[in-house]
Design a protein around this ligand. Structure first.
Ligand SMILES: [Zn+2]
Length: 283
């Protein structure tokens, strides 16, 4: 049984602590908003860097292929937005502040401009189907796209970099026209088994899903490079020298062991290169 003194003590404590609790809650809310704003800005900087760097590499085509990245809303509301280049802005001009944020309904709720139709129809359903994939990069780069135009568009294990994709690549063999329906993103997602993170899209290009912009950049870069090596080797007309499957499986483990570290470092180096060149991607 509680004594009157203890009861009075608790009451006094509760009264004394009430403003403290309110202060902590306000501080916590403020901190959440600040953290969300910081995460949002970092996501913007990373995505803008990816647009700029992939443009420099010649991996984009026109203005209708896209890179998207999920991020907390900057206002700290807890909503998760999909960042995207606004329709009509060239990849070579993208700045962090230019990106638009789309809510779950596909409405632009951050930034100015609108999303291109196929960007919304391809990317949004993919993010929904694969919530672990914070980044979805869709590219029409020359060699990988050329590979997607072949009857047999398999990425052959002919170079060590191909090992990145030994177990992660899938193929969509049914080109279904320009993407204007939400169902296209869902269809593409259905082509990707849970362990697959890259999709060769017949007669079109490719998709890379990753947890961060850095890793989506890393794998986008190397998939194009692998396609380049394969097609250049095929152009000689001589027989391809594929890696022994058992050896490839073992060697893949070594590649993947350092993939995250190398991917992050590569992306930071790319951003430094952009800064050294005077790029305003981070503005
Ligand atoms: Zn496309």
């Amino acid at each position: 049984m509680l004594t009157a003194a203890v009861r009075n003590g608790w009451t006094r404590c509760r009264l004394l602590l009430q403003p403290v609790a309110t202060g902590i809650r306000q501080l916590s809310e403020k901190r959440c908003a600040t953290t969300a704003a910081q995460q949002n800005w970092q996501a913007r900087v990373d995505l803008a860097a990816a647009y700029r760097a992939l443009d420099q590499l010649g991996y984009n085509e026109g203005i209708c292929n896209h890179l998207s990245l999920m991020t907390p809303s900057a206002d700290g509301s807890g909503a998760e937005l999909m960042l995207l280049v606004p329709y009509g802005l060239h990849w070579s001009r993208v700045r962090a502040s230019d990106l638009v944020g789309l809510d779950a309904a596909g409405r632009v709720v951050e930034g100015n401009g609108r999303a291109e139709t196929s960007a919304a129809t391809i990317h949004r359903p993919l993010h929904e189907a694969r919530p672990e994939a914070k980044a979805v990069f869709h590219l029409h780069s020359p060699y990988a796209t050329a590979l997607s135009c072949l009857q047999d568009s398999r990425l052959r294990m002919v170079h060590q970099n191909c090992l990145y994709f030994l177990s992660s690549i899938a193929y969509d063999l049914d080109y279904s026209g320009v993407s204007v329906q939400d169902s296209e993103g869902a269809r593409l997602a259905s082509c990707l088994a849970p362990d697959k993170t890259c999709l060769m899209m017949a007669n079109h290009g490719y998709l890379v899903l990753a947890g961060t912009a850095a890793m989506a950049f890393h794998y986008s870069y190397y998939l194009e490079r692998c396609a380049m090596y394969q097609l250049l080797a095929m152009q000689t007309g001589r027989e391809l020298k594929e890696l022994d499957p058992a050896f490839a499986k073992a060697a893949q483990q070594d590649m993947l062991k350092f993939a995250e570290r190398d991917g992050e470092q590569f992306f930071r180096a790319v951003q430094q290169k952009l800064r050294d060149e005077g790029s305003d991607f981070d503005k």
